[in-house]
Design a protein around this ligand. Structure first.
Ligand code: SF4
Length: 289
């Protein structure tokens, strides 16, 4: 990415970036870590109210570490992929046990925490500790694929070449690197979107976008398909978790009523929730842990 491209994206963010609470100066590293975990598979609009309630209830790792698992799962509500909630609590407990209740500095230390992978460790390093880190999420991958590589979309799986491109694109200066990470991620979320990029509003258009210059070639066929949600085990797991969050427990009859035509699906999903630690067997059915 040329220097004037970096300047243009940072200036665009200063004028057009969203005012999200986890971006405020006084937000703690723990609150930023929680927001990053929630945002990984859930849109901002759904995360916002849950994050605010979560941080009001459990402002520090020690608070979450002491909560019951049932409370944590109820508070996670419908953010989806609830194993993230369990991992977040394990993470809080590890921070209390091993780091005196404070989020550790450095990607290496962060990656030793439960549930913290390459992306979250880099994001916390950049956005909470304001250090240089190669942050790569789906939005950044897409902006770089288009603007630098001239491709409509990145490959399905994240490659070493993409990481090398993101590393080369990261400004050397620490403050500028933090601003770049935040700005380019927001550009991907708001302007260089997957389905309908708003190139006429994009700061990179003036500087030169390889994909636009190449005449916007179509994406390469990679068998990418969006799996229908209706009828999936993930949907059924969500429905069972909703029952448990509302009532604390569900009888076998209540569970089977969720899909009277396919009791095997209900049984399979109930078993997988128990295996994941999201539910436990009760005398007649399931309950929250
Ligand atoms: S000009 Fe269009 S395709 Fe290129 S980076 Fe901007 S929004 Fe994306």
């Amino acid at each position: 990415m040329p220097e004037d491209g970096i300047d243009a994206v940072i200036a665009w963010f200063a004028a057009s970036g969203r005012d999200l609470p986890w971006r405020h100066e006084d937000t703690t590293a723990w609150a930023i870590l929680v927001s990053e975990v929630m945002l990984q598979q859930t849109p901002v609009a759904r995360v916002l109210p849950r994050w605010q309630e979560w941080m009001a209830r459990w402002p520090a790792p020690a608070d979450l570490a002491d909560a019951t698992t049932a409370e944590v799962l109820r508070q996670w509500d419908r953010l989806g992929y609830p194993r993230r909630a369990l991992r977040l609590q394990e993470c809080a407990r590890a921070i209390v046990r091993e780091h005196g209740g404070r989020v550790p500095h450095g990607e290496e230390a962060l990656r030793t925490l439960p549930g913290i992978g390459e992306y979250t460790a880099a994001a916390v390093t950049a956005f909470a500790h304001h250090d240089r880190a190669v942050v790569v999420d789906t939005n950044i991958r897409r902006v770089l694929a288009r603007s630098v590589s001239g491709r409509a979309l990145p490959d399905r799986s994240y490659s070493a070449a993409e990481r090398a491109l993101a590393t080369r694109s990261l400004p050397r200066d620490r403050g500028r690197s933090v601003a770049w990470n935040q700005s380019v991620m927001e550009l991907g979320a708001l302007v260089c979107t997957a389905r309908a990029p708003r190139c006429e509003q994009c700061p990179l258009r003036e500087v030169g976008c390889a994909w636009v210059a190449a005449g916007r070639p179509a994406p390469q066929e990679d068998g990418r398909r969006t799996q229908a949600f209706e009828g999936t085990d993930r949907q059924m797991r969500g429905r069972i978790m909703a029952l448990l969050r509302t009532h604390g427990a569900a009888s076998q009859a209540q569970l089977l009523a969720e899909d009277a035509e396919d009791p095997a699906r209900v049984t399979r999903c109930a078993r997988s929730l128990v295996a994941d630690g999201l539910a436990v067997r009760a005398e007649d059915g399931l309950r929250l842990p």
